[in-house]
Design a protein around this ligand. Structure first.
Ligand code: EPZ
Length: 417
């Protein structure tokens, strides 16, 4: 097992290049299964989750080759529509292959991805969507199976704007005759990127980014090339890294529109965010103050930035309140931040953060991806040394995280335990 060792209180300075979006890449890799040819994906981050998804695609018979940040996926000769438990359990997002397998084979057998630290992660909205399209779904305890029945485009209303359910239904409906309309669809930028990718393969989808998506089924999807959008959560994480160390950092490869909710909150607490070329400059050399945050589906404040902002708010003056409305167990970082002298109380889905001038280095443990990132940020601000264990969680979602941070002046090394 490896860990990070950080010596804190070094204001970050310099430039950081943001990688491609993990949460755009994963559904797009799944969607490549529908193509009867070859797809070329550019700007793909080098992450553990991408490796797991590549393993899954190869299991179905796809060829997957990587050249630096380019993935070449050839799905001409697929020979299986079954995702076994050992792969599915490695990553929640492996559930995204189900819609693509149904589109390709009219059949799918996908082991339940199981919950993860932040919540049970049910699939009911995905399965209801597939059934509305005409698939016969059986929801076993360890496997979900689907088989094409009388497939026809239809109207689907999501009880909740689930990102994964929206993506899975888009993929399944892309080659079903007729018009499918998804109402109360998720509006995240990654949905728009998936629409653009599918349309470049020949799909006919409109409305992504709004709460109503319209899919006109086509016979098949062909080959294509696509540039993955930048990772808005990695960008947000580095913006908070600049703020929590009271430094000045230039982020390159950022789409400002995608990160507006985080920009707005940082400005509220006194951080300067200046658009600059194809990115932005984050400056935090003034006294920062408290604020309140409520996580919401896009374009609200992203739940994937909740832990990072909590670490920052623990270091500013005043009391802040964070309400986590998306996942039922996404405060695992609180107990670890407390070890670093943060003063945080939890009442159900509400966290009350009593900001204070300094955090203290400690030995802490990453419990999930974004909690781990928050602990790194807290370590950058803390007095003394912080050791972060179980950093494999962080490798799932951050490409060369400690290298990018040390290039900005952070004192952080990665060591075998
Ligand atoms: C995606 O997960 C992201 N993952 C998550 O990022 C992100 O936190 C989440 O969207 C919300 O923005 C990827 O894109 C790979 P949801 P997803 O379906 O699709 C409930 C990260 O850190 N729900 O929008 O699984 C669910 O329980 C990860 O990069 C149902 O009830 O999220 C949750 O409470 C973490 N039934 C809420 O909806 C369903 O069928 C949001 O889930 C599906 C979801």
């Amino acid at each position: 097992m490896e860990h990070f060792i950080i010596n804190g209180k070094k204001p970050l300075a310099g430039k950081v290049l943001i990688s491609g979006s993990k949460n755009a890449t994963l559904p797009i890799m799944a969607a490549s299964l529908i193509s009867n040819g070859e797809v070329v994906l550019k700007g793909v981050p080098d992450l553990e989750d991408i490796t797991v998804m590549s393993e899954a695609l190869k299991l179905f018979g796809a060829k997957v080759d990587r050249e630096n940040d380019t993935l070449i996926i050839n799905s001409r000769n697929l020979n299986s529509c079954e995702l076994p438990e050992d792969i599915s359990r490695k990553m929640r997002a492996s559930n995204l292959v189900m819609g693509a397998l149904l589109a390709r084979f009219n059949e799918a057998k996908v082991a339940y991805p199981g919950g993860c630290a932040i919540g049970t992660r049910p699939m009911d909205l995905h399965l209801k969507g597939f059934e509305s399209l005409g698939h016969r779904i059986s929801d076993g305890h360890s496997y979900m199976t689907g088989k094409g029945g009388n497939l026809e485009g239809t109207e689907i209303l999501l009880d909740f704007p689930s990102v994964g359910a929206t993506e899975n239904i888009m993929m399944a409906a892309s080659v079903i005759p007729g018009i499918t309309t998804i109402r109360n669809a998720a509006r995240e930028p990654e949905i728009i990127d998936l629409q653009n990718f599918l349309n470049c393969l020949g799909a006919k989808i409109t409305g992504a980014g709004s709460d109503t998506i319209r899919i006109k089924g086509v016979n098949e999807l062909g080959s294509g090339e696509h540039q993955i959008i930048p990772d808005r959560i990695e960008a947000g994480t580095f913006m908070v890294a600049a703020a929590i160390t009271r430094g000045e950092v230039e982020l390159q490869n950022v789409i400002l529109e995608h990160i507006q909710p985080v920009v707005a909150k940082l400005k509220e607490i006194g951080v300067e965010v200046i658009p600059y070329k194809a990115g932005l400059i984050v400056k935090a050399n003034k006294r920062l103050r408290n604020t309140d945050i409520k996580t919401m589906p896009y374009p609200g404040f992203p739940t994937d930035m909740q832990a990072q902002m909590m670490a920052l708010l623990a270091t500013v003056n005043g009391t802040s309140i964070i309400v986590e409305t998306i996942f039922e167990n996404r405060f695992m970082h609180v107990q670890e931040l407390r070890r670093m002298a943060a003063e945080i109380k939890i009442e159900g889905r509400v966290a009350i953060i009593k900001g204070k001038s300094k955090l203290e280095g400690a030995i802490v443990e990453a419990t999930d991806l974004r909690a781990g990132a928050a602990l790194v940020l807290a370590g950058l601000a803390a007095e003394g040394e912080t050791i972060i264990n179980k950093i494999a969680h962080i490798d799932r979602g951050y490409d060369k995280f400690h290298i990018k941070l040390s290039d900005l002046g952070a004192e952080i090394i990665r060591k075998l335990e």
